[in-house]
Design a binder for this molecule. Structure first.
Ligand code: ATP
Ligand code: MG
Length: 211
């Protein structure tokens, strides 16, 4: 088998506070990668299309209520639901650009007061990203972006607590913090460079597991 055939897709996660630009940048990156001849796919968590995702959607839109522990486990299960599909794509050479992952799950639940180790436990064994990009924005920069919506969690004080939890989860071995307070196109350029460097560095390495 040639060396080319051993190369897998890389798994890159974007995290950060609400309005940092995760969704728009992830989609833009996937387009740029595909235009450049890579094979890349966008994914986001929660995936509201799965059975479990529909329960999560009911919770986020305040239609349904669950205990903090119960909703935490549903977010985790939502990632487990996607593991086989993600692993298959990565092994077939498709790069996954993922909008939020376990780190959001743990940071949000811990920000509500749940024990962080308890929150991390059911995530253990999920695929580990090759890189986590943490997009940061100052409170002033957040205020300049579109207003927060009506969903749960879209409250400035809560977002601040989430960022503190991210700081506790951050592992410099595979996390990179990037200031998102810049022109959209300039940020895309920076993130594209980071992404292609990660592809170059990680595509011959074995896939890891959390934590
Ligand atoms: N670099 C930028 N400069 C100015 N505005 C931006 C920039 N990037 C994104 N925006 C705007 O900020 C808003 C939030 O962007 P986006 O939805 O991508 O953020 P997000 O991190 O995915 O947020 P959420 O966590 O709420 O899903 C959008 O209105 C978007 O157009
Ligand atoms: Mg988003």
């Amino acid at each position: 088998m040639s060396e080319q055939q051993h190369k897998r897709g890389v798994f890159i996660v974007f995290e950060g506070c609400d309005r940092a630009g995760k969704t728009t940048q992830c989609k833009q990156l996937v387009n740029k990668l595909n235009d450049a001849g890579h094979s890349a796919q966008f994914m986001n968590f929660p995936d509201r299309t799965t059975q479990c995702g529909q329960l999560i959607n009911g919770y986020l839109t305040r239609k349904d209520d669950f205990t903090d522990e119960g909703i935490h486990l549903m977010f985790t299960l939502n990632r487990w639901e996607k593991m086989k599909e993600m692993e298959k794509l990565l092994r077939s050479g498709v790069h996954l650009i993922v909008d939020r992952y376990s780190f959001s799950g743990v940071a949000f639940s811990a920000a509500k007061g749940l024990d962080m180790e308890w929150c991390k436990a059911p995530e253990a064994g999920l695929l580990k990203p090759d890189l986590v990009v943490l997009l940061t924005l100052s409170p002033e920069a957040i205020a300049k972006r579109g207003g927060f919506g009506d969903e749960r969690y879209e409250v400035a004080e809560f977002q601040k607590r989430v960022m503190e939890k991210y700081a506790m989860l951050k592992d410099d071995q595979y996390w990179l913090e990037v200031d998102a307070d810049k022109k959209f196109e300039d940020l895309t350029m920076d993130l594209y460079k980071i992404t292609t460097d990660t592809i170059h560095n990680s595509e011959s390495k074995t896939l890891g597991k959390l934590w």
